[in-house]
Design a binder for this molecule. Structure first.
Ligand code: ZN
Ligand code: ZN
Length: 347
């Protein structure tokens, strides 16, 4: 394989949500935060979302779950791509996918959402009329225990036992909108590969592969990871606060060296302006490493100083190995095409 690593750095803008709740107290779902109130989504949560996103497209390739790893690197994507620790034998594998937490960049205020579960009417077993159980309860407790609490029917006046536990639930959930910056790096050499020291006559004689896969299969796994990043969506609280987590601005580096250099490109200030000077100098530095190819795509309207940013992208576009694509999806497609030896698909 021509490349050693792929670095993907991206930002995504969300509306009000709570994608990764912190500790909180019993009735408050807090937002995880850093630096005095900026929200973040943990690296563990990012990896979980990535695993779910890949698994959705390649269900049969995941032979086990992270809780019960099988250790079959050649055949199981759970174990190969996400690593494992087998407590019984102490056998472990570092994941070739490294993820950073997604860091919120803008200091927006936090909103508190009231979560309220209404108590439903129940039916009187005597007169069959419906009544509101919190009206008919014996004492004023909000907890009505099944078979223990007497309820008096307001229609016929007869008492009956509560048919099930009845409880009015009130809780608070913190929500925030933001623009998050996130990074994932893929260690290409180590996909589908497991090496151990080779001992001959009691001496170290190089390393031995105990697992390896064909290049074609390796490329299939890499493409699955890249598409998984584009399709990221499996975060907490999405049933009621669904948001987009697909990249709005993405930079993808195919590199012949392994490093995380491009992870420091997309920093925003608290007003949502990208630091174009830093962006330019990091990208130029990465391009100075022989063989690096960089693909960039963005959705309009996310970055505040978009005009300045586009100017610097256009300047970089004069560089042969910097490819400005029409949108994030095209950037992923072009990087994938370059990996599989098709034309770059550059615009
Ligand atoms: Zn497995
Ligand atoms: Zn009744």
């Amino acid at each position: 394989m021509e490349y050693k690593s792929i670095e993907v750095s991206w930002i995504f803008e969300t509306d009000l949500t709570n994608m990764n709740a912190g500790e909180g107290s019993t009735n408050l779902k807090e937002i995880k935060s850093y630096n005095n109130g900026l929200p973040y989504i943990s690296g563990q949560s990012m990896r979980h979302a990535l695993r779910s996103s890949i698994k959705r497209e390649y269900k049969d390739e995941f032979k086990c779950t992270p809780e019960f790893p099988c250790g079959d690197i050649e055949n199981c994507w759970t174990c190969d791509l996400f690593g494992y620790l087998l407590p019984s034998s102490g056998d472990k594998r570092w994941s070739p996918i490294k993820a950073s937490p997604a860091l919120g960049q803008i200091r927006y205020p936090i909103t508190n959402d009231l979560i309220f579960r209404m108590v439903e009417d129940i039916k009187c077993p005597n007169c069959n009329k419906k009544f509101y159980p919190l009206e008919g309860r014996e004492n004023k407790s909000v907890k009505i225990k099944k078979d223990e609490t007497d309820l008096t029917c307001p229609h016929c006046g007869k008492k009956s036992k509560a048919p099930y536990d009845i409880r009015q639930a009130i809780a608070y959930k913190q929500l925030i909108k933001n623009i998050y910056k996130s990074n994932i790096s893929i260690d290409l050499d180590n996909i589908g590969l497991e090496e151990v020291p080779k001992i001959s006559n009691g001496k170290l004689a190089g390393v031995e592969n105990i697992a390896s896969i064909a290049t074609e299969e390796k490329i299939k796994r890499i493409i699955a990871i890249l598409n998984g990043i584009y399709n990221l969506s499996d975060f907490a609280n999405q049933s009621r606060e669904m948001v987009n987590a697909s990249p709005d601005l993405v930079i993808i580096g195919l590199q012949k060296y392994y490093n995380h250099r491009l992870a420091s490109t997309l920093k925003l200030d608290e007003d949502g302006n990208i630091n174009t000077e830093q962006f330019n100098s990091v990208v130029n530095d990465a391009l100075n490493l022989e063989g690096t190819k960089i693909y960039v795509g963005y959705i309009k309207g996310v970055i505040k100083n978009e005009k300045d940013f586009i100017d610097s992208l256009k300047n970089l576009n004069n560089h042969d190995e910097f490819i400005l694509c029409e949108g994030p999806r095209k950037a992923f497609d072009s990087a994938i095409a370059s990996l599989t030896g098709d034309s770059d698909g550059s615009s």
